[in-house]
Design a binder for this molecule. Structure first.
Ligand SMILES: N[C@@H](CCC(=O)N[C@@H](CS)C(=O)NCC(=O)O)C(=O)O
Length: 247
């Protein structure tokens, strides 16, 4: 199996790169501009929304976008990093359901609210609305993290799912990285605030130690601790302007 990952360093593609590395999958990558408005027609044909990540499965010429969908596709294809959809018994069926629940929560709630912070200017008509929107999103994000912290505390493991290491861990790790970094100076949480979540810190520490994660970080040019009090790899993103584009 072989893949092509479209990326921009230290963007949402990092989730997928970590998963590809963990699976030991063979893949190439192709860099695209950081801003959606600068991505060309060829890329837009792959993802009409113009967003990263995009993954091509070369074995069957399949084009995938949406982080959660790509993560689950890879897990199912490789039979690793998620409980199998062919659940043989009650426990396996529950583990699969649990994985789907949290993966979708990360994708359509936590990541979606992070986008409200990163791209606030796109969701408003006047610049005076940006700070209140960002503050409201930050509050929601802190609530989501508190819920995830509780989930982890309940089973006390190093991974989000009691089942073991899954695609959810890589996705959550990146969301926590972004929560402390972006947008520069207005991140939903300061680096120190992550200390309020000792169970999440345990998960992040375990993630940072994985050789596959270190390889992925290296390929994206990220150094130091990527998840706890991280430092930004790139200059802050330049805003597209108020109401410049749809989310
Ligand atoms: N729901 C999408 C969101 C992806 C996303 O936010 N991609 C960012 C990468 S950090 C992007 O392409 N941003 C460029 C832009 O919107 O200008 C997913 O999960 O794939």
């Amino acid at each position: 199996m072989s893949y092509l990952l479209y990326y921009s360093p230290d963007s949402a593609n990092l989730v997928i790169r970590m998963i590809l590395e963990e699976l030991g999958a063979h893949y190439d990558d192709s860099e695209v501009p950081r801003r959606r408005s600068e991505r060309d027609a060829t890329f837009l044909r792959l993802n009409p929304r113009g967003l990263l990540p995009v993954l091509i499965d070369k074995a069957n010429d399949t084009v995938l976008f949406e982080t959660g969908a790509i993560a689950l596709y890879l897990a199912d294809r490789h039979g690793a990093l998620a409980p199998s959809p062919q659940a043989a018994g009650h426990q396996e069926a529950q583990a699969r359901a649990n994985c789907l629940k949290w993966l979708f929560m990360l994708s359509n709630t936590l990541h979606a609210d992070l986008r409200l912070c990163f791209y606030s200017e796109r969701f408003v008509t006047q610049s005076s609305e940006i700070a209140p929107l960002r503050a409201a999103a930050a509050k929601r994000i802190q609530g989501h993290l508190a819920l995830l912290e509780e989930m982890l505390a309940e089973h006390g493991g190093d991974h989000l799912l009691p089942w073991g290491l899954s695609v959810c861990d890589f996705y959550l790790g990146c969301c926590l990285r972004w929560s402390q970094l972006y947008p520069a100076g207005h991140a939903p949480m300061t680096a120190g605030e992550v200390e309020r979540f000792p169970n999440l810190i345990r998960l992040l520490t375990a993630l940072q130690r994985r050789p596959a994660v270190l390889r992925a970080l290296n390929r994206e040019g990220i150094s130091g601790d990527a998840f706890i009090a991280p430092t930004v790899r790139l200059p802050a993103r330049v805003a597209d302007g108020v109401g410049a584009a749809t989310a």
